[in-house]
Design a protein around this ligand. Structure first.
Ligand SMILES: C[S@@+](CC[C@H](N)C(=O)[O-])C[C@H]1O[C@@H](n2cnc3c(N)ncnc32)[C@H](O)[C@@H]1O
Length: 301
C-alpha cells in the first residue's frame, strides 16, 4: 500500500498531468479560435492563459531571448507558450553534446537544442503526460525535414524516475517544470545520477522570493500554473548541493512574472487578490536561471 506521502505526491502528479494533457490536446492559446477560454485549471505561462490575441507564445519566446532564427525552424505547434525562461541560452550547447530536457512538453527546447548539438549530438525529451509526448513526436518528421537532422527523441516518464542511463548526459535542461514536481530533492538526485562527470545543468524555473500565503499555495490553478509548487530560491540551492552538484549559480529574472502580471494573466490576477495590500506577484515569485555542474570528483547521492 502507498504511504500517505506517496499518495499525496501521486495526486499532485495526476492534477498536473490532467492540466497539461488538456493543453496538449487543445494547443497554445494562439491556436485556439479567437476568444476561446483558456484551458480549465490553469497552465504555466501568460501566453497560454493570458489575454492573447495573436502569436503570444512566439512573443513570449522572443521576450525571454529566443533568437528569431531558432524560432523560425521550429515545427508548428511545438511552442505552446509554457516557458518561463530560455535554458538553451545559458547551456552553452556544443556540437556532439547529449542533452536531456526535463518536462519537454510539445518539444519546444528539444527542437531548439537539436541543431545546436548537430548530427553527432542527441536531445532526449522526457515528459510524464502521454498527450504531450504524442504531440512532440508528431512534430519530429517536420523537424527532420527542416533541419536534415535525426537527433531528437521523446520518452514517457517522470523526472523523479528518469528513463535514462547513469552518467550518460552532458547537459540537463528544463523550462518551467521542476516547480511542478512533488519531490524536488529526488529530481535533483536523478539529475546528478544521469549527468556524466563534468556534465552541467541549465534550467529555467519559477521560484519564490518569500513564502506565498497558504490560500495561494492551495489553488489548483496556481499549482498547474507553475506557482503554488515553487520553492524559495535558497531551498533550491540546498537541494542542488545536497544532491552533490557544484558551482551552483542562481540568477533571478524578474521580467517574466512582471510581464505576466502586466498582461493581466487571469491566474496572476487571482493570486494578486490574495496578497497583502501593497504587494504584487513580483514581490513573491520570480523566474530563476539555474546553472550547476557535476564535478569529476562529485559524490552524488
Ligand atoms: C509548464 S510545461 C513546460 C513544457 C516545456 N518545457 C516548455 O517550455 O514548453 C510543464 C511540462 O512538464 C511536464 N511535467 C510536469 N511534472 C512532471 C513530472 N513530475 N515528470 C515529468 N514531466 C512532468 C508536464 O506534463 C508538462 O508537459
Amino acid at each position: 500500500m502507498l504511504s500517505e506521502d506517496a499518495m499525496t505526491q501521486e495526486r499532485v502528479r495526476e492534477t498536473v498531468r490532467e492540466g497539461y494533457g488538456k493543453i496538449a490536446r487543445s494547443g497554445a492559446r494562439d491556436e485556439a479560435p479567437s476568444g476561446a477560454a483558456p484551458p480549465a485549471g490553469g497552465c504555466c505561462g501568460p501566453a497560454c492563459c493570458g489575454d492573447a490575441s495573436e502569436s503570444a507564445a512566439a512573443k513570449l519566446a522572443r521576450d525571454v531571448g529566443y533568437a528569431a532564427a531558432d524560432l523560425d525552424t521550429l515545427p508548428e505547434g511545438a511552442n505552446l507558450g509554457l516557458s518561463c525562461g530560455n535554458p538553451t541560452a545559458i547551456a552553452g550547447l556544443q556540437p556532439g553534446d547529449v542533452v536531456l530536457d526535463l518536462g519537454s512538453g510539445g518539444g519546444f527546447d528539444v527542437f531548439i537544442a537539436g541543431p545546436k548539438v548537430g548530427a553527432r549530438g542527441r536531445v532526449i525529451g522526457v515528459d510524464m503526460t502521454p498527450d504531450m509526448i504524442s504531440r512532440a513526436r508528431r512534430s519530429v518528421p517536420a523537424y527532420r525535414e527542416r533541419t536534415g537532422l535525426d537527433n531528437v527523441e521523446f520518452r514517457l516518464g517522470e523526472i523523479e524516475h528518469l528513463p535514462v542511463a547513469d552518467e550518460s548526459v552532458d547537459v540537463v535542461i528544463s523550462n518551467c517544470v521542476l516547480n511542478l514536481s512533488p519531490d524536488k530533492p529526488q529530481v535533483w538526485r536523478e539529475i546528478a545520477r544521469v549527468l556524466k562527470p563534468g556534465g552541467r545543468v541549465a534550467i529555467s524555473d519559477l521560484a519564490l522570493l518569500r513564502p506565498l500565503p497558504e490560500v495561494v499555495r492551495g489553488m489548483v490553478e496556481a499549482l498547474v500554473g507553475c506557482v503554488a509548487g515553487a520553492v524559495l530560491v535558497e531551498d533550491t540551492r540546498r537541494m542542488i548541493e545536497t544532491a552533490g552538484l557544484a558551482d551552483v549559480r542562481l540568477t533571478p529574472k524578474p521580467f517574466y512574472v512582471r510581464s505576466a502580471a502586466e498582461m493581466r494573466d487571469p491566474m496572476y490576477r487571482k493570486i494578486a487578490e490574495h496578497l497583502p495590500p501593497g504587494t504584487t506577484p513580483g514581490d513573491y515569485i520570480t523566474s530563476l536561471d539555474i546553472t550547476a555542474r557535476k564535478t569529476a570528483g562529485s559524490r552524488t547521492v
